[in-house]
Ligand binder design. Structure first.
Ligand SMILES: Cc1cc2nc3c(=O)[nH]c(=O)nc-3n(C[C@H](O)[C@H](O)[C@H](O)COP(=O)(O)OP(=O)(O)OC[C@H]3O[C@@H](n4cnc5c(N)ncnc54)[C@H](O)[C@@H]3O)c2cc1C
Length: 382
């Protein structure tokens, strides 16, 4: 067992770290404050190949793997989570379903622009009335000749309304299974399709430089060929996508937790109280030591889940553990980093204030902490 990174992985980590510090850090606070989407940063990330990281070269990808994506997400989130979640959702939720379940025609249509970062895609599972309980999906799609007619709405969909959003994949009820349960399928809806409306962006507590919208489908017609994967496989498909996505969110959470350590060390050395740096007090040192411990153990948890996934082994429980642990410690570290910064930690111009506001959603998105515990318990046979 060796969790040390290869030279290539180390080089990727360093180049993303440099990019985050040199390109994202100087501009992100203003985007965060103005609630604007950082198009220029995203364009440069596309040029670096980040949107194509875990995909094969035959589709315009970089030929890397899912772990490479996780390393990049960790380094981005160490500086900013809005940019990191934009990449995570674009790759793991946007392009990956097409890559895994799409026909050759769908791959040829969508993957080149998604993998280059020229276009973004969203994944619409959550609805205004149901999130954790996907079986509660109300959106319906009815086959009418050679078209699907979609009616319903989706809530909180990341990357669904930017100027470069090309499409969203949505889950919809397409019939009834023999056991009486809902038949769920996944359908591609290109941006601009008549009957597909994107509401104005939400007013969010954090991730304010990322793009999130409610979507409405009102007799929205798309070709029958836009079905993604087999009819009735929608449930199984999004379970697979979310299992993988949990490892990516864990990596993002570890990045935020590590960013809290970085900022706390810097501030503890700079800030003086009672005639010496606050970092000279063991109480502050122990806080930072505990924060480092948490970031380190959460990193090992996501490395383990990713290693199992890449080895083709079962990884559902380990992905849930990684996501649950990393999101919990991200919130812990953000709270402690803010504490170490005193009153300045409550000021928006300090990165730790952003980390604090960005941390809570990690315990909610892509399966709440309660849902992760349900997955772990079920996998333990309970
Ligand atoms: C900024 C942002 C971006 C998002 N991006 C996307 C996206 O791109 N695509 C997408 O599809 N969704 C997205 N989501 C939605 C997100 O995944 C859901 O909010 C999340 O899964 C929780 O669903 P919910 O909000 O409906 O909460 P609910 O399911 O209503 O849960 C409410 C509370 O009840 C708890 N709960 C529910 N059932 C149980 C149970 N059986 N036992 C114990 N506790 C339970 C939950 O854990 C939670 O604490 C995003 C959300 C946000 C805020």
């Amino acid at each position: 067992m060796d969790f040390r990174l290869t030279d290539d992985q180390e080089a990727l980590r360093e180049s993303v770290r440099d990019f985050a510090r040199e390109v994202i850090a100087p501009v992100i606070a203003e985007h965060y404050k103005q609630h604007t989407f950082p198009y220029e940063v995203i364009r440069q990330m596309g040029k670096m190949g980040l949107f194509g990281l875990p995909f094969g070269e035959e589709h315009g990808g970089m030929g890397g793997d899912y772990f490479a994506l996780c390393l990049a997400l960790e380094e981005l989130a160490r500086v900013d989570s809005s940019v990191a979640i934009t990449l995570e959702a674009a790759v793991s939720l946007g392009a990956m379903p097409i890559y895994r379940f799409g026909t050759e025609e769908q791959k040829a249509t969508w993957l080149p622009k998604l993998l280059s970062g020229e276009a973004l895609a969203g994944f619409g599972l959550t609805e205004p009335g149901t999130g954790s309980d996907a079986a509660g999906t109300q959106t319906r799609a009815v086959l009418d000749g050679d078209e699907w007619v979609i009616n319903g709405s989706k809530a909180f969909i990341t990357n669904s309304g930017t100027d470069i959003t090309a499409m969203v994949t949505v889950t919809a009820v397409t019939g009834t299974n023999p056991d009486g349960s809902k038949e769920l399928s996944t359908i591609i809806v290109p941006t601009g399709t008549p009957g597909f409306t994107v509401a104005p962006g939400y007013s969010k507590v954090g991730w304010t430089a990322s793009d999130t919208h409610e979507l409405t489908f009102d007799d929205c017609r798309v070709p029958a060929a836009n079905l993604l994967g087999a009819r009735g496989r929608g449930f199984a498909q999004f379970l697979r996508i979310l299992d993988e996505g949990r490892i990516a969110i864990a990596a993002l959470a570890v990045g935020l937790a590590q960013g809290c350590v970085d900022e706390s060390i810097r501030y503890a050395k700079e800030r003086h109280a009672f005639g010496r740096p606050i970092g000279a007090n063991q109480a502050i040192q122990f806080k930072i030591a505990d924060m480092e411990l948490k970031a380190h153990t959460a990193r090992l948890a996501y490395y383990d889940a990713a290693a199992r996934m890449l080895a083709g082994e079962p990884f559902k429980r380990q992905a849930a553990i990684a996501k649950l642990h990393a999101s919990t410690i991200a919130v812990d570290n953000a709270r402690e980093a803010t504490q170490i910064h005193g009153g300045y930690g409550f000021m928006n111009e300090y990165p730790v204030a952003r980390f604090w506001r960005d941390s809570k959603i990690l315990e909610i998105g892509e399966g709440t902490s309660e849902v992760q515990r349900m997955i772990i318990a079920r996998d333990l046979g309970l």
